[in-house]
Ligand binder design. Structure first.
Ligand code: DCP
Ligand code: MG
Length: 358
């Protein structure tokens, strides 16, 4: 029996823009192309969704639905970077990660030793860390397979979590509208409705031969899904390139003593997390990241000159932090510390290569 977690960030691009500019928090915003240039909406925050603003809607139409809507141009590099940070957090719990897009991934935690193997507690911890370290929210679904995990992550969105335990699968799918099956769009939903099929329970009653006749190969897949069966594996992703810990502070940090003590906390956590992967990865650089009061950020890094000694020597990181701070005379709202990594050679490398994206 597998334990699968599906993670999906809430209003991803829009939430990132709200994080970067808190003045946007309570206003309807969208990320997308400009309405003057016939752009479309990539996503909208929840305030804008109340007006019917949705992904793929022409921006001009979105402006009609919600005249106050602010449409922000996308910053893909930023979203990609954050996607990597999500991945770094997931990687502390399992190597078996399959990213579906920048804001979505499946995790197979069947063999995870964390939290006594409880996928629900792992998902909770992932969501807590994303909130604290990245100041964003993600929703999570926990289930015995990918299909149900994805349905579950959507169940309690935004900032929600929902578990479908193995013993609940039968009851859950029985009442589940077929329109919630990933891949069942408007056309298939209508086709099924004409056959009197609204829920997966209804779908279970349709003979397999009928489904295959009408939907071809997808018909037998539908029959499986109707029963909550899905044996697709989580296809694991590429190697990690860094490990880091960062925090956004409720109150800006100003004096050196406070900053150093915050850094100590980060290093303690970094050390614990690096310890779990130390056998597979060799640190090649250390870095410190600082985001100032004005939201500009800077990263200072240095290579390890000798590969030996302590990777996480406090004095080295303090020196980097002091250097990074000197770049601006402002207080600090976010602090991060991390290591750039290379896979170690030998057997471990071969093992890791098995997980590389094809
Ligand atoms: N996206 C896009 N065009 C689309 C759909 C999505 O450019 N038609 C982008 C913007 C989204 C991101 O992909 O922020 C993630 O897509 P999701 O479908 O997960 O949507 P959101 O994360 O924005 O919202 P939700 O809270 O519903 O997950
Ligand atoms: Mg999302």
């Amino acid at each position: 029996m597998r334990k699968i977690i599906h993670i999906d960030a809430d209003a991803f691009y829009a939430s990132v823009e709200m994080r970067e500019n808190p003045a946007l928090r309570d206003q309807p915003i969208a990320v997308g192309g400009s309405s003057e240039r016939r752009g479309v909406i990539a996503t909208a925050n929840y305030a804008a969704r109340q007006f019917g603003v949705r992904s793929a809607l022409p921006s001009a139409r979105a402006k009609q639905l919600c005249p106050e809507l602010q449409i922000i141009p996308p910053r893909f590099d930023l979203y990609r970077r954050i996607s990597g940070q999500f991945r770094d957090i997931f990687a502390d719990f399992t190597d078996r990660i399959e990213p579906l897009s920048l804001d979505e991934a499946y995790l197979d935690v069947s063999d995870s030793v964390h939290f006594g193997g409880s996928a629900t507690l792992i998902a909770q911890e992932i969501r807590r860390r994303v909130r604290e370290e990245l100041a964003l929210t993600v929703s999570a679904g926990v289930a015995p397979n990918k299909f149900l995990a994805k349905v579950a992550s959507d169940w309690d969105k935004p900032d929600g979590q929902f578990t479908i335990a193995p013993g609940q699968v039968a009851d859950f799918v029985y009442a589940l509208p077929v329109s919630r099956i990933n891949g069942v769009g408007k056309v298939t939903t209508e086709k099924l409705a004409k056959m009197g099929v609204i829920t997966c329970g209804d779908l279970q009653d349709v003979p397999l031969t009928d489904l295959v006749r009408r939907f071809g190969k997808y018909g037998s897949r539908l029959a499986d899904l109707a029963h909550g069966r899905d044996d697709r594996e989580v296809k694991t992703s590429r190697l990690r390139k860094s490990i880091s810990v960062e925090r956004t502070y409720a109150q800006d940090l100003g004096d050196e003593a406070t900053l150093f003590s915050a850094l100590d906390d980060l290093l303690a956590e970094l050390s614990e997390r690096f310890g779990k992967i130390e056998q597979q990865y060799l640190p090649v650089k250390r870095f410190v990241k600082v985001k100032f009061r004005d939201f500009t950020q800077t990263t200072l890094e240095e290579a390890y000159e000798e590969r030996g000694g302590s990777w996480l020597a406090v004095a080295d990181f303090r020196r980097l932090l002091t250097g990074a701070r000197q770049r601006k005379p402002l207080t600090v709202r976010l602090l991060g510390a991390g290591l750039r990594l290379e896979p170690r050679g030998g057997d471990n490398l071969d093992q890791l290569n098995l997980f590389q994206e094809g």
